[in-house]
Design a protein around this ligand. Structure first.
Ligand SMILES: Nc1nc2c(ncn2[C@@H]2O[C@H](COP(=O)(O)OP(=O)(O)O)[C@@H](O)[C@H]2O)c(=O)[nH]1
Ligand SMILES: *[C@@H]1O[C@H](CO)[C@@H](O)[C@H](O)[C@H]1NC(C)=O
Ligand SMILES: *[C@@H]1O[C@H](CO)[C@@H](O)[C@H](O)[C@H]1NC(C)=O
Ligand SMILES: [Mg+2]
Length: 418
């Protein structure tokens, strides 16, 4: 029994629209929705984009061809870059674990040199064991005393008093002076080490982290060829108590230096107050969203720029590395969000990574050992520390177009598995 032609057309059109809507709904993690009421949590990222099947970032990508990345090739295709690890002698075992993961997934192919750096001399054992875990060159640097020391303008009594207050507010490492020194050094001093002055890019590696995915292109060349300044894997909220005056000091700095703001900056990501109004309130106007800096692949020339230099100098004089517990992660992130074009900041979605308790675990056959789309394996409240939804909302998900729509089937399987 044939339907009249107009009805058939209408039926076909309805079916097409229906399928289109179904596909849109299934894909929706890439297109972040307008957030709901203040305080809403994950509603604005309905599905983790790490469930979408992920390949490599766009070409050009530089790969191993013949001997072009051999460790002993004096004319290799390596660029001006190093793996960089600030580490203590006693962390040797945990560092070797990180090294083995990174060597297995990436560096045994590209053989970038390792640079280990410490505020104390490295032990013979440290040097022997690290060398044994890579074919690449290893450099062992000692931090100049004046880079690590607590600056003369910091009042030690005030520092003690402040640490007591921070501790009452449950700020981690409040009384650990070396942690404050480490945060300051990672914020404004590491790239000033005399033996790093002729290096441009670094990949920061901490002890006890994991890498899960085979990466088959030169990530430093990727940064250079695609004009990227900074690459991250995890984007988090910070403890507002540790940085109460960081944003107010930033505003003071900007009052006199407004011209330093990048045209296409990420100010909205830095100042969001819709998702966690309480964080914004306690941090006096800063969302506390930051790139988790235990992983960073970046261009040191950004830190060496006059804009960042002036900003760090201002913060250093303000004293918050010691009277509060400003981390290098929020300091780096605020500077990038203000002074750099946001298109130069890259999400290394394809680099599977863990630093306890958070993950970046993509859906790819190249990855082993993590659960795709899982953000944390700790208590469930940790999931609300995820600030990626804000990044996608204000800056965008650069992978949304390249990630396979065919990942749909795989994503449905992953959803039903949980
Ligand atoms: N040489 C040296 N490295 C340190 C010191 N404090 C921290 N680090 C390094 O700084 C990084 C961050 O420290 P970590 O203890 O992992 O802090 P967390 O990840 O914030 O809990 C790691 O690479 C540590 O090895 C220190 O006093 N001396
Ligand atoms: C490496 O980069 C640094 C910093 O940009 C630069 O000073 C140096 O000349 C570069 N070296 C080489 C060999 O390109
Ligand atoms: C990178 O920047 C250079 C110089 O500004 C430009 O010529 C080139 O096209 C840019 N490349 C990409 C991939 O954006
Ligand atoms: Mg750590």
């Amino acid at each position: 029994m044939a339907m009249p032609k107009p009805i058939r057309l209408l039926a076909a059109a309805t079916m097409t629209l229906f399928l289109f809507l179904v596909i849109q709904i299934m894909r929706s993690p890439s297109n972040v929705k307008v957030p709901g009421l203040a305080g809403s949590k994950m509603e604005d990222m309905t599905r983790d984009p790490n469930l979408d099947e992920t390949g490599e970032p766009p070409e050009p990508l530089r790969r191993v061809v013949g001997h072009n990345y051999d460790a002993d090739n004096p004319n290799s295709d390596r660029i001006n870059a190093t793996l960089l690890s600030l580490v203590r002698n006693k962390e040797l075992g945990q560092l070797v674990q990180s090294m083995q993961d990174l060597e297995r997934t990436w560096n045994h192919k590209f053989n970038y040199p390792w640079t280990f750096i410490n505020d104390e001399p490295f032990s013979e054992e440290f040097m022997r064991v690290t060398k044994a875990n890579t074919a690449a060159a290893c450099n062992y640097l000692l931090i100049p005393k004046e880079h690590w020391a607590i600056p003369s303008w910091i009042n030690q009594d005030l520092m003690q008093e402040s640490a007591n207050i921070l501790e009452e507010q449950d700020v981690q490492y409040a009384h650990m002076q070396s942690y404050h020194q480490m945060c300051r050094w990672n914020s404004g001093l590491f790239y000033k080490h005399p033996e790093l002055l002729d290096t441009q890019y670094y990949w920061r590696v901490e002890p006890k982290v994991h890498f899960f995915c085979d990466v088959d292109y030169d990530v430093f060349r990727y940064m250079q060829d695609h004009n990227k300044t900074y690459g991250f894997t995890v984007n988090l909220y910070d403890s507002p108590q540790s940085i109460a005056t960081l944003w107010p000091e930033t505003i003071k700095f900007l009052a006199a230096n407004n011209h330093l703001l990048a045209e296409n900056n990420a100010m909205k990501w830095l100042t969001d107050k819709d998702r966690r109004p309480d964080h914004n309130h306690k941090a006096n106007g800063y969302s506390t969203c930051h790139f988790w800096s235990n992983f960073e692949i970046a261009d040191m020339n950004f830190w060496r720029s006059p804009a960042y230099e002036a900003y760090f100098e201002h913060l250093d004089r303000a004293g918050g590395f010691f009277y509060e517990r400003w981390g290098d992660a929020p300091v780096h992130s605020i500077a990038l969000g203000l002074f750099e074009d946001k298109s130069k900041i890259h999400w290394f979605k394809d680099i599977g990574y863990q630093h306890i308790p958070f993950f970046n675990c993509p859906n790819s056959a190249k990855c082993k050992g993590c659960i795709k789309g899982r953000f944390s394996d700790g208590e469930s409240w940790l999931n609300k520390e995820d600030c990626r939804p804000n990044w996608f909302k204000y800056v965008g998900n650069e992978w949304a177009e390249t990630d396979s729509v065919g990942g749909l089937a795989g994503a449905v399987a992953a959803d039903s598995a949980t």
